[in-house]
Design a protein around this ligand. Structure first.
Ligand SMILES: *Cc1c(COP(=O)(O)O)cnc(C)c1O
Length: 199
């Protein structure tokens, strides 16, 4: 699988490049250039698979052979290590609970996967990676928890003063080590525009 920039479909990069770079130079977003269909038998028998097995098959089908099977499996099993239970609400409605990860935000799924992918692609690089995040709470908390103590990776989080819940501010500011949080006198959008200055 390759990824293209939504601002220029001809600008294609590898998964490693997209993961380590985050955003294309032209400020588009990276998108996979192809989606393989999930195996028919898997869909038919999906009830028999665990949540981790489903995550593994979906990831494997999406990213193809870019990462060796065994390595991808380890990454998925470490990332998806908490449940997403489907709770019956009434006769017709069910709720998929996505808040059982370390930061209680649904972004834990993506952030944990991203953290492990990044350190996988960065493991032979002796330069430290710095990840800049702008957040009004959810992204910062999940990224902080996901990357906490990851060797070779530092996280700097910009958050708007007074516009983040107390619990989430604690998630951003109390981990320490490789996680630094900066309180910005301004809005989320101003935090976001500052990330491009630093880049
Ligand atoms: C994560 C996310 C945001 C930003 O959330 P923050 O709490 O500011 O980190 C905004 N919109 C969507 C759809 C998101 O998934």
């Amino acid at each position: 699988m390759k990824l293209y920039s939504t601002k220029n479909k001809k600008n294609k990069v590898s998964l490693a490049h997209a993961v380590l770079k985050g955003l294309p130079e032209d400020n588009g977003l990276y998108m996979p250039d192809s989606f393989q269909p999930l195996p028919h038998n898997f869909i038919k028998n999906i009830k028999d698979y665990s949540f981790q097995e489903i995550s593994h098959i979906v990831a494997k089908t999406l990213i193809q052979s870019t990462i060796p099977e065994k390595d991808l499996k380890d990454i998925i099993y470490e990332s998806i290590n908490f449940p997403a239970p489907l709770i019956q609400f009434d006769q017709e409605k069910y709720i998929l609970e996505l808040f059982h990860g370390p930061s209680l935000a649904f972004k834990d799924f993506g952030a944990r996967f991203m953290a492990r992918l990044m350190s996988y692609f960065n493991k032979n690089n002796d330069k430290e990676l710095v990840i800049l995040v702008a957040t009004s709470g959810d992204t910062g908390g999940a990224v902080a928890a996901g990357f906490y103590n990851t060797p070779g990776i530092k996280v700097v989080i910009l958050y708007p003063s007074g516009k983040v819940s107390h619990l989430q501010e604690q998630q951003l500011t109390t981990l320490g080590n490789n996680i630094t949080a900066l309180e910005v006198q301004g809005t989320f959008d101003e935090c976001h525009s500052k990330t491009s200055i630093f880049r």
